[in-house]
Every structure is written in C-alpha cells, then in structure tokens.
Design a protein around this ligand. Structure first.
Ligand code: 13P
Length: 271
C-alpha cells in the first residue's frame, strides 16, 4: 500500500449464488463493512469496496446495498453502445442499474471466451466513457511465466488495452494483476513476486502516460487471496488492494480482507 492511494477491494462473485443468496450476501457485506460492523471507522469509509454479482441479480443486490458506500459493479460489458447484440449488456445499462464499476478482461473471458486486447480496448473505452470505474484485468499463464515472459505479456496487455486512451479518460481505471495460474487454484503469487509485477505495471503506466499518472493509479492483486494471506500481499508498496473471487462469497472473509487492506494502508500513514 501507499499512503496516497486509497485501497480498492472488489468481490467478484463470478457465476455463483442464486437470487436469495446474492441478496443475503450483499446484506451481510453491508452489515460487516458499514457503521454497525466496525470501529473506529466503518470499513466502507476506509477502503473502496465493490461487489460484482451476476448480471441478473444486479438490481436486487443494488437495492440490498442501499445507501451503503459499497459499490455495485458488473462482471463485463459490451464493446458496443447498443443495438443488435443478443445476450450482451451495455455499459450504460450497468449505469442505469446503479453500477459504478465494471470488470474488463477477466482471464475467464480472455482465455475462456477468447477476448483479445483489441476488443478489451473497446470495452474499456466505452466503460470509462459511461463513467464506470473500470477494473482492467491483466495476467500471464503458467507457461508464459515458466518461459520467463510474464512481464512482457502483462506489459503488452496494458499497451493493447489502454492503447490510445488519454490519461484523462483512464483516470478512473484500476488495473488488476491476476496471474492466471493463481485464480481459483489456492496458489497465490508470493508477496515479492506480486510486488515485482505491480512495480512493472506501474512502470509501464508511466511510459504510456507519465510518472504522476503512474503514481496515482491503483494496481490491485487477484488470485487466491483469502483472509489469511491478504495482509502480506497488501503490505507490498505497489499493491493497492485486491480482486477477490472465492473468498468474497463469504461476507466475513470479504470483510476480513477489507480490514487487512485498511490496516496495511493505515500502517503507511494513509487513512
Ligand atoms: P479466486 O480468488 O477465487 O482465486 O479468484 C480470483 C479472481 O479471479 C478474481 O477476479
């Protein structure tokens, strides 16, 4: 963490839950992060927390979040504004439902559905134009890491996705480093490996834009983060939070991870 960058913690619920359990989880997250659940400050005031439920449950989860500071987000959006795109959901539709954030380029879409950087660039542009705080995911596969290409792959993804977007446009973006081999495997990057890649990402953002932009940009880590390992990862100077899969499905664990971020941030002099 760094004192000048407020932590961002996202709960990516993926294709889990049903309507009733999604609402229940949202209510439990609000209870754990809101004024009633924490001292001396509500966690929702110390960290930017967001939940990303499946599309069909967005409205119900949004209602359950009520006036809490926990943000609602979509797991994806279309690269198109509107029209004949069966099954897709536009960035404006997400805004309409009260979303303030959206995940772009999750590896389960890059590798599972073949989304490439050119498409993700369009999605990122339209999401940011709609006013959403887009969380752009980047990360290498295990074979890319074993071949010593991890940093090059991630830098190329950043260049491909940010492309020609101006610094002003991408101000609201958050970058999530999610090594593909660490997602849902129980295997996390070591804090030192995460730090090394986060520093490389920040360096690449500096070359794409400038050092002031890079110093302000939030780069979060995702991949088997849980209540136990979160603090060591968040203590790294270039790690500004996390994108949490499995552990975000339990409100208590999600809150513990938010608390770890708040404590790591506070240790740097941030508050
Ligand atoms: P897990 O935390 O389940 O490994 O998932 C990480 C992830 O993909 C978050 O987007």
């Amino acid at each position: 963490m760094h004192a000048e960058r407020r932590p961002f913690i996202g709960g990516n619920w993926k294709m889990n839950s049903d309507l009733a359990s999604a609402v229940e989880l949202a209510e439990a997250v609000v209870a754990a992060l809101g004024p009633a659940g924490a001292a001396p400050h509500a966690l929702e005031e110390t960290v930017d927390a967001a939940v990303f439920p499946p599309f069909p449950y967005l409205q119900a989860v949004g209602r359950a979040l009520g006036h809490s500071a926990v943000m609602l987000g979509g797991q994806d959006c279309s690269a198109e504004a509107s029209g004949a795109f069966t099954g897709q959901v536009s960035a404006d539709m997400l805004c309409d439902l009260g979303c303030r954030s959206v995940i772009i380029g999750h590896s389960e879409r890059r590798h599972g559905l073949g989304e490439d950087d050119a498409l993700l660039h369009q999605k990122l542009a339209i999401a940011l134009e709609s006013g959403l705080a887009a969380v752009l995911c980047v990360g290498e596969t295990l074979s890319e890491r074993d071949e010593g290409r991890a940093e090059g792959v991630v830098r190329a993804q950043l260049r491909g996705c940010f492309g020609t977007l101006t610094a002003e446009t991408v101000e609201r973006a958050v970058v999530a480093y999610e090594p593909v081999w660490a997602i849902g495997t129980g295997r996390t990057a070591s804090p030192a490996d995460a730090q090394r890649m986060h520093a490389a990402i920040r360096h690449e953002l500096g070359s794409l834009y400038d050092s002031r932009f890079a110093a302000k940009a939030r780069v979060i880590y995702g991949g088997s983060v849980n209540a136990k390992n979160a603090r060591a990862i968040f203590d790294q100077p270039d790690v500004d939070g996390g994108l949490i899969g499995g552990a975000s499905l339990k409100a208590g664990d999600f809150a513990s991870i938010c608390r770890a971020a708040a404590e790591a941030w506070s240790a740097t002099g941030g508050h």
